[in-house]
Design a protein around this ligand. Structure first.
Ligand code: PLP
Length: 415
C-alpha cells in the first residue's frame, strides 16, 4: 500500500502549483507580478525555502567531521542530496556528482583540471555559436595557455546548430566538444546525442551544458553517453550558489584536483600530499551544505509531478505565445527551431529591447533583455539583443495575455 502511494503523482493544476511559490503572490509596481524570466532563474517553492530554513534551525553543523550528532545529521542530509541528484540524472554512482557553485564553475572545473592536463599545442575545442559565455570563455582561457584553439560551429537563422558545419570541423585534432543542451536565448533543443556520438567517433570528449535543459525535461546521462554534464540548482527551483558537475568516473579519477584545501586531501605533509577519492577530491573547503539540501528539496518537489504533464503545460504556453506573437503587428521572433522549449525571444520593430523591458516592468511583467550572455549569437542575427520571455511550470495563459497587453502599451509609447 505504502509503495503504491509513494509512486502516485500529484496531478497537474497550475493554480495549485502557484500556491507553492510565495513570491508569485506579490504586486510589483502596482500590478500582480508576471514572472517571465525563468531562464535567468526560477522561483523557489515553499518546500525549498523550508528545507533550507529547517537545516539552519535544526541541524546546522559542518559535514564529514562527525564528532557530534548535529554533524552526523548534516552529513547524512548532505550526502542524501548527492544521491538524489545522482538518481535525477541517472548517474551510475553518487560519487560522480561533484558539487560546484553552478554550471559556470562546473565548466571552469573541467577546463582547469582536464584541459590543463590534456590539451597541447594545435589541439582544437569545438563549441557552437549559440553558447552562453560560460561555455566559451573557460575554453578560451585554457586554450590560450596551452596553445590550443576554440572554434565555433555555425548556427543557422532558425537558431539551430549547423550539423554539416559541425561534421566539417570535426577531426582527430578536436579533443573536446562542448555544447548546450538547450539554448538560453532561443530555447532550441540541440541534437546533443548526435553530437556526442560524432565527437566520440573521432576520440573527442563531449561536455553538455545542461543549465537550461534540466528544468524542462528529464535527462539521463547514461542514455546520452556524454562525458560531462553540468547544471545549476537555481534554474531548477533550487537555491543560487550550487550546481552539479556530473562526470564519467574514469575521467574524474584521472583528473588532478581543482582547488587545494580541507576535505580534498588524504594525507598532508611537507614531503608530499595525497588526495581524497571522488567526489571530495574536487570539493575543497566547507561546501554549500544548505544549498545541497535545498537542491534536494527542489528535485523532490519536481519528482511528485508527472514530468510529461509539466512539459505539455510549458509546450502549450509556448505555442500560445507564438500564436499571439504571429497576430501581433511588428514583432520579430528570433529563433524559430521546431524543437524549442520554454523561451520566446523577440524584437519589436523600431524599439530597443531595454526600453521594452523597462515598460513591461512598469506593468509588473518581468522579462530579460539584452544579449543574454551570448554575444556571438547576437552577431549571427546582427542584433544588439532581444527581449526574452521564458516560461516555467507556474506560468499561465492569462500571464501571456498580460505580456501582449503590456507589449501593446509599450509599442504605442515607443513607436
Ligand atoms: N549555460 C547556460 C545555457 C545558461 O543559461 C547559464 C545561465 O544563464 C549558464 C550556463 C550559467 O549558469 P550559472 O550562472 O548558474 O553558472
Amino acid at each position: 500500500m505504502l509503495s503504491t502511494l509513494s509512486k502516485e503523482k500529484r496531478s497537474f493544476n497550475v493554480e495549485e502549483i502557484r500556491k507553492d511559490f510565495p513570491i508569485l503572490e506579490q504586486q510589483v509596481n502596482g500590478y500582480p507580478l508576471v514572472y517571465l524570466d525563468n531562464a535567468a532563474t526560477t522561483q523557489k517553492p515553499n518546500a525549498v525555502i523550508d528545507a533550507i530554513s529547517r537545516y539552519y534551525r535544526t541541524i546546522n553543523a559542518n559535514v564529514h567531521r562527525g564528532a557530534h550528532s548535529l554533524s552526523d545529521a548534516a552529513t547524512q542530509e548532505f550526502e542524501a542530496a548527492r544521491s538524489t541528484l545522482a538518481n535525477f540524472v541517472n548517474s551510475p554512482a553518487p560519487e560522480q556528482i561533484i558539487w560546484t557553485r553552478g554550471t559556470t564553475e562546473a565548466i571552469n572545473l573541467i577546463a582547469h583540471c582536464w584541459g590543463r592536463a590534456n590539451l597541447a599545442k594545435g589541439d582544437r575545442i569545438l563549441v557552437s555559436e549559440l553558447e552562453h559565455h560560460s561555455n566559451i570563455v573557460p575554453w578560451q582561457l585554457v586554450c590560450e595557455e596551452k596553445g590550443a584553439r576554440v572554434e565555433p560551429v555555425r548556427v543557422n537563422q532558425n537558431g539551430e546548430i549547423d550539423l554539416e558545419d559541425f561534421h566539417r570541423l570535426l577531426d582527430e585534432r578536436v579533443r573536446l566538444v562542448s555544447i548546450n543542451h538547450v539554448s538560453n536565448v532561443l530555447g532550441s533543443v540541440n541534437p546533443v546525442k548526435t553530437i556526442i556520438d560524432s565527437a566520440h567517433s573521432v576520440g573527442a570528449l563531449c561536455v553538455i551544458d545542461g543549465a537550461q535543459a534540466v528544468s524542462h525535461f528529464p535527462v539521463d546521462v547514461q542514455v546520452l553517453n556524454c562525458d560531462f554534464y553540468c547544471f545549476s540548482a537555481h534554474k531548477l527551483f533550487g537555491p543560487t550558489g550550487i550546481g552539479v558537475l556530473w562526470g564519467r568516473k574514469q575521467l574524474l579519477e584521472s583528473m588532478p584536483p581543482y582547488q587545494g584545501g580541507g576535505e580534498m586531501i588524504e594525507q598532508v605533509s611537507f614531503s608530499g600530499t595525497t588526495f581524497n577519492g571522488l567526489p571530495y577530491k574536487f570539493e575543497a573547503g566547507t561546501p554549500d551544505i544548505a544549498g545541497a539540501i535545498g537542491f534536494k528539496a527542489a528535485v523532490d518537489y519536481l519528482s511528485v509531478f508527472d514530468r510529461a504533464e509539466l512539459e505539455a503545460h510549458e509546450y502549450s504556453l509556448l505555442q500560445y505565445c507564438i500564436e499571439l506573437g504571429r497576430a501581433f503587428e511588428s514583432i520579430k521572433r528570433i529563433g524559430t527551431s521546431d524543437t524549442q522549449v520554454g523561451v520566446y525571444s523577440f524584437l519589436l520593430d523600431g524599439c530597443h529591447p531595454a526600453d521594452v523591458g523597462t515598460l513591461l516592468d512598469q506593468q509588473g511583467i518581468a522579462v530579460r533583455t539584452g544579449h543574454h550572455c551570448a554575444q556571438p549569437l547576437m552577431k549571427v542575427f546582427s542584433i544588439p539583443g532581444t527581449v526574452r520571455a521564458s516560461f516555467s511550470i507556474y506560468n499561465t495563459h492569462a500571464e501571456i495575455d498580460r505580456l501582449f497587453a503590456g507589449l501593446e502599451k509599450a509599442r504605442k509609447f515607443l513607436q
